[in-house]
Design a protein around this ligand. Structure first.
Ligand SMILES: [Zn+2]
Length: 205
């Protein structure tokens, strides 16, 4: 079923609020990063923050709607906006993981951790691991790190090869972080916990 304008604006309101929150944390500087919510599954449609806008000042209508390859899709009653090139990776992440919300932020900790541990960031025995759905003891967690690319198909292939369904985060080296969750709220909580875990890892190296 095609999503309605109300579906897109409902997702847009949630995405705008979440983008303002992440911007306030310094995780979406300039116009960087983007957030998305699945608004239909068959065929796949996502509402994603539009390209080139300040992520701290979005309204519900400042969203693009894209299909499985990040291509723009027209929805009756919605003014089409240009999606970021990264929308293609959002769609790939949503398709692969089954998540209904995808977060992409340019956090400093993700980039620094990717530099120090290009083979993946290993974590264990930390209470905050529970916040990403893992155990606080006797559980080695690896947040994968993939090389950056401007080609979203190539980046998507790297994501597919590296991601762990039990660990809802992947670092893109020299770039930022992707996280995902069943809801946008869940994806927010994962993002906040991953950011804390990366900052801890860097602070104790
Ligand atoms: Zn980015």
């Amino acid at each position: 079923m095609s999503p309605t304008a109300a579906d897109v604006l409902g997702a847009g309101a949630r995405l705008a609020a979440e983008a303002a929150r992440f911007t306030a944390l310094g995780w979406m500087r300039g116009t960087s990063g983007n957030l998305s919510e699945v608004v239909a599954r068959d065929p796949l449609r996502l509402a994603v923050t539009a390209s080139g806008l300040d992520k701290g000042e979005l309204s519900a209508a400042d969203m693009a709607v894209v299909g499985p390859h990040g291509e723009p899709v027209d929805i009756d009653g919605i003014t089409p906006l240009k999606p970021s090139a990264e929308a293609g990776l959002h769609a790939r992440v949503a398709a692969l993981t089954g998540a209904d919300a995808v977060v992409h932020v340019h956090t400093l900790s993700a980039v620094v951790a990717g530099l120090h541990w290009p083979g993946g960031v290993r974590l264990r025995d930390l209470e905050t691991l529970k916040g990403i759905g893992r155990r606080a003891h006797d559980d080695e967690v690896v947040i994968p790190v993939i090389a950056n690319s401007q080609d979203m198909a190539e980046l998507g292939d790297r994501f597919e090869a590296a991601y762990d369904p039990a660990t809802p985060a992947v670092i893109v080296a020299s770039h930022g972080l992707y996280t995902w969750g069943a809801t946008l709220l869940r994806a927010r909580h994962v993002t906040e916990c991953v950011e804390w875990l990366l900052a801890y890892k860097i602070a104790t190296r």
